[in-house]
Design a protein around this ligand. Structure first.
Ligand code: IMP
Ligand code: MG
Length: 178
């Protein structure tokens, strides 16, 4: 069933421990703030739910969907908002929760877009960081794991919509996307 796996890169236990660690840090950093967690669909939803359980603050949660790779494993650089936020973020403290940052093109666009809506602050929390192919300069405030430039799936991350539902992150065998 999981014959697509080249190698498990981040185990479920590693992810859970990291969600707790980052959640506690965010709890400390956002005391007295009006924190809104913005989850980027669909990949960010697994991390959002685990992370949010460790944030002991009265946060609100909103969702955004942007265009991704389609069926290719390379970033297109084209960002399109498919689903926008439900609520205004004016005056709020925004924490974007993402599954992975690769070229940075998606997040740099999103940060600029959200900043134009006059929030009090905008920060980024990503489970995975793949810094090797970065094209846009984005400041990432909370990082779970830095990983090499491999195409990974699981725990929200997909290839052509599949493999999101594993509780761990693994490298996808090349024959599955070539
Ligand atoms: P960026 O704009 O290149 O930083 O790409 C960000 C988006 O690309 C992420 O939100 C993911 O949806 C997707 N992505 C980047 N790398 C991977 C990967 O290794 N596996 C699955 N999706 C990825
Ligand atoms: Mg994606």
């Amino acid at each position: 069933m999981r014959d697509y796996i080249e190698k498990v890169l981040v185990t479920s236990e590693d992810i859970q421990a990291k969600a707790k660690e980052l959640g506690e840090k965010i709890t400390n950093d956002y005391k007295e703030k009006d924190l809104v967690l913005i989850c980027i669909l669909k990949g960010g939803v697994f991390f959002l739910t685990d992370l949010a359980k460790h944030i002991e603050l009265p946060v609100t949660i909103d969702f955004m969907a942007v265009s991704s790779y389609g069926k290719s494993a390379e970033s297109s650089g084209v960002v399109k908002i498919i689903k926008d936020l439900d609520e205004s973020i004016k005056g709020k403290d925004i924490l974007i929760v993402e599954d992975i940052i690769d070229t940075g093109l998606t997040l740099s666009y999103l940060v600029e877009n959200l900043k134009s809506r006059e929030p009090n602050s905008v920060k980024i929390c990503t489970l995975l960081d793949k810094p090797e192919k970065r094209k846009a300069n984005v400041e990432v405030d909370y990082i779970g794991f830095v990983i090499p430039d491999k195409f990974v799936v699981g725990y929200g991350l997909d290839f052509a919509g599949k493999y999101r539902n594993a509780p761990f992150v693994s490298i996808l065998k090349e024959e599955y996307y070539k």
